[in-house]
Design a protein around this ligand. Structure first.
Ligand code: HEM
Ligand SMILES: [Cu+2]
Length: 844
């Protein structure tokens, strides 16, 4: 044992020595070693910076579009390049700028807001970053070679099917974006687990800063919003690569299935972009208005309501495809209803401004820009929700104008406000000049000139996504104005970038709590050290810094919890999700190259799929699993340690011995995302069954009693054995638990055999969408069984290696949860594959 335990701190170490020790274990060394960083300060900053670079690229593409449309019959860009450019503009802005910017802000800020030292899964954050960078790079490299996707950012089939997009362009989109989504889902899991588990003691869920609520809800939306798109992308790629006809109406598919899967993601996506920005508004505005926000409870309720509502609106993007009248009425009214929770927040903001003593500081100026622009976007949104108007304006520049008022108003303006608000926190400096004000006016005037006019061109009938137009249309003047506006705006953004860089280098040093805010992130030093807080606070209200303005200094002096370094461990506290009662010490992993290596192999997998090197892809997939297993040895303990002191005379157990460690939450969340993907597949089957042409299929499915029986029996055995193995009394006896895990493994093998037997009797999947969906469903279940097999083997290994004891059961519990889920999934698959057709009489 080292002598760094709190009991042996007699006399107590000085604050300076404490900081040195903390920095020694938490800090990231310079040079190549920086690539191994998993600390959220580093990872968050990387996300933000990369997203900003992508924003710049997306902006340049926008300028190219506006240059092309500035004059009639322009020959500036040919149609092929033009298609790639507007597709990439939308794709970059939505997938490579907005979402990752949110992730970066969340990863950088959350631990500070919550009074923690890092995110719950630092390595997952690092892995997500690399996936994002590599996936984005695939798209950019393709653009550089003129091979970028060109089917529009929503990739409608059949335009993007093999027949009409024979090249590699569409594959690039499907694979690059899916790669980036892997990172979004990991970020979502990490954010939720962090908000729910690693808060400061005493921070009950109703004392969380509002921003944490917004980020939590957004992350949940990503968890349920992205799987339909991932599934859709996988299906479309399967169709393109292996001719499985999901979207091909001549073989029982339907191109509308793509639209449904896309907008099931795409509509919530808009709120996934808007909510974090609204959270920032709800944080910045009260501080600058110098009073606490009005209606905390109402805001939380409206944010949650918005999240739910937004999943029921996707069809409003499809009003013109021939939807039944009743559905039109339903989705139209639901779309107007979504304005209500948005209005609740707007009233809370206006009320706070009215009741406070607002200061017109720079972030506030950008917030005013947000208000005016976003409200106009909301109003045109309500217009578009009205079906007859939608039929007129659909796919005209009116829609382009609307979506930019919402996206730029609802995301970019708040982000700029946030940048100016939190910059002093990043750098410990404030700007010397007022370039920010000039930038604001250029952006504001340029933006409105560009897009206000676009409403008009839209109403004059100018369709979106056209390469050019003739002089006889009467669209020349508005288009020229629009283009002039967009270049003005670009200058404004350039000025902003210059301002930030200048301030980084030459800004004046400023005090710790620059704006007199009341939330915890301002209790760290600025710029913050890698461990954020030298010791962790006890929280008693929503405004900890207003209660105790000297909190930062007291924590820095080591007065709070965990104000020491124990065995070179990286520690933060884990709390009960609702009450904020201390529950465990979360020991975090140190810097490591494993996330980078895993991301490289994951990238190899995607690139192999892209170039149709399926053997290589399979090898990479196995290697990803192997790499994932390498993550585990240092996330466990080989001995029971019991309660350990955490300072202030209190103690807690390590997460490995806790009843509800963050990893338990992670698996539930991952399974929720997984179940959503499977449910989307089930939706696909039912949707095609009901509406697609050529159903029931000419070739009927063979009923396979043997295959079904083997699958069910294998799953039942695995389910039972894995769950019994994880029981406390069983875990106490090593031979038993290992024998049970071996039985679970055999159960999985039996189930795999059963699934294989069913696949054998499935008709050729290229002939009909029905067989194709059935095949994918079986493969989906089979993949889960195979992972269950890995879990069983993993359990045996962990047990042998000394990671398992009656109090350290988490590895076996995770395996049991996975196996139970797999059994449920297998049962659902069997019911959909055989049960439904037996009832409907389409199986022999
Ligand atoms: C920087 C200022 C921006 C300008 C000047 C701009 C310009 C444009 C233009 C002219 C189009 C229409 C392309 C066409 O119909 O031919 C367009 C489409 C689009 N923009 Fe922007 N944009 C900007 C920022 C953004 C931002 C910040 C986002 C999202 C966060 C965004 C998302 C989109 C999307 C999704 C489309 C639809 C692309 C498609 O139809 O495939 N834009 N943009
Ligand atoms: Cu929508």
């Amino acid at each position: 044992m080292t002598t760094d335990t709190p009991d042996s701190r007699h006399p107590p170490v000085s604050a300076i020595r404490l900081h040195k020790r903390l920095e020694a274990v938490w800090g990231t060394p310079p040079g190549w070693a920086r690539l191994s960083a998993v600390n959220h300060n580093v990872v968050g900053r990387r996300f933000i910076l990369t997203a900003f670079v992508f924003f710049g690229i997306g902006g340049v593409l926008a300028m190219l579009i506006r240059a092309q449309l500035a004059t009639p019959r322009s020959a500036f860009l040919g149609p092929e390049i033009y298609n790639q450019i507007f597709t990439m503009h939308g794709t970059v802005m939505m997938f490579l700028f907005a979402i990752p910017m949110f992730e970066g802000f969340a990863i950088y800020l959350l631990p500070k807001l919550l009074g923690a030292r890092d995110m719950a899964f630092p390595r997952l954050g690092a892995y997500g970053y690399w996936c994002y960078l590599f996936g984005g790079s695939i798209l950019l490299i393709a653009l550089a070679f003129g091979l970028a996707p060109d089917g529009g950012w929503f990739m409608y089939t059949p335009l993007t099917s093999k027949t009409y997009s024979p090249g590699i362009n569409a594959d690039i989109w499907l694979i690059g974006v899916t790669f980036v989504e892997v990172s979004a889902i990991s970020a979502a899991i990490e954010i939720i687990a962090t908000v729910l588990k690693t808060r400061a003691p005493g921070m009950s869920i109703d004392k969380m800063p509002l921003l944490a609520w917004y980020l939590l809800v957004t992350a949940f939306m990503m968890l349920f919003g992205f799987p339909p798109l991932i599934l859709g992308s996988v299906l479309l790629e399967l169709e393109r690569a292996f001719s499985l006809p999901f979207f091909d109406p001549t073989r029982g598919g339907d191109s509308l299935l793509w639209q449904h899967l896309f907008w099931l993601f795409g509509h919530p996506e808009v709120y996934i972009i808007f909510l974090p920005a609204a959270g920032m508004v709800s944080t910045i505005l009260p501080t600058l208005a110098r009073r606490e926000i009005i209606g905390y409870g109402w805001i939380v309720v409206s944010v949650v309501a918005l999240a739910f509502l937004s999943f029921g609106l996707w069809v409003h993007h499809m009003f013109t495809v021939g939807i039944p009248h009743l559905a039109l009425a339903f989705f139209s009214s639901a779309s107007t209803a979504v304005a209500v929770p948005t209005a609740v927040q707007i009233f809370a903001w206006i009320g706070t401004l009215a009741a406070g003593r607002p200061q017109l500081k720079l972030p506030m100026l950008y917030l005013l820009g947000f208000f005016s622009v976003f409200v106009i976007g909301g109003l045109t949104g309500v217009m578009l929700a009205i079906v007859p108007f939608n039929w007129q304006a659909h796919d005209t520049h009116f829609v382009v104008a609307h979506l930019h008022y919402v996206l730029v108003g609802g995301f970019v303006f708040p982000m700029l406000a946030a940048a100016y608000y939190w910059l002093p926190h990043f750098t410990g400096r404030v700007p010397r000049h007022s370039l920010g004000t000039a930038a604001f006016w250029l952006i504001m005037i340029g933006f409105n000139l560009t897009f206000l006019v676009m409403h008009w061109t839209g109403l004059l009938g100018m369709p979106r996504r056209i390469t050019g137009y003739g002089p006889e249309t009467g669209w020349e003047w508005p288009n020229l104005l629009s283009s002039i506006g967009s270049f003005t705006m670009a200058i404004g953004f350039a000025l902003f970038a210059i301002d930030v860089l200048m301030h980084w280098r030459h800004g004046k040093r400023c005090d710790r709590n620059r704006w007199g805010a009341s939330t915890l992130e301002w209790a760290t030093a600025t710029p913050p050290p890698s461990y954020n807080f030298a010791s962790l606070p006890q929280i008693a209200s929503r405004a900890p810094l207003a209660d105790r303005p000297d909190l930062g200094n007291r924590l820095a002096a080591g007065d709070g919890y965990l104000g020491f370094v124990r065995h070179q461990w990286l520690e933060t506290l884990g709390v009960e999700a609702v009450t904020g009662r201390v529950e465990q010490i979360v020991r975090l992993p140190n810097r490591t190259f494993i996330p980078l290596v895993t991301a490289v192999i994951t990238g190899l997998f995607f690139v192999a799929v892209l170039f149709k090197l399926y053997v290589l892809a399979l090898i990479a997939l196995v290697a990803v699993v192997a790499a994932a297993l390498m993550w585990t040895p240092d996330s466990g303990e080989r001995q029971d340690r019991g309660a350990l002191p955490i300072g202030n005379g209190e103690s807690a157990v390590l997460h490995s011995e806790a009843a509800s460690p963050p990893s338990l939450w992670a698996i539930w969340l991952a399974l929720a995302a997984d179940a959503t993907a499977f449910a989307s597949l089930g939706f696909g089957l039912l949707f095609l069954w009901v509406v697609a042409p050529n159903w029931p299929p000419p070739e009927w499915l063979q009923w396979s009693p043997l295959g079904a029986a083997l699958t069910a029996a294998g799953l039942a055995i695995a389910l039972l054995a894995a769950n019994v193995a994880a029981m406390r009394r069983v875990v106490a006896r090593a031979p038993w638990r290992e024998a049970l895990l071996a039985i679970a493994a055999s159960g999985h093998i039996v189930a795999l055999t059963g699934i294989g037997a069913i696949v054998l009797v499935t008709p050729a999947p290229t002939r009909h969408a029905y067989a194709a969906v059935v095949l994918v469903m079986l493969l989906y279940a089979g993949l889960h069984v195979a992972i269950g097999l890995v879990f069983a083997g993993f359990g045996i290994w962990r047990s042998r290696a000394g990671f398992v004891s009656p109090v350290r059961r988490i590895d076996l519990r995770l395996g049991a949860i996975w196996t139970s889920y797999t059994a449920a999934l297998g049962a659902a698959a069997l019911l959909l594959v055989f049960g439904l057709p037996l009832v409907m009489g389409t199986v022999r």
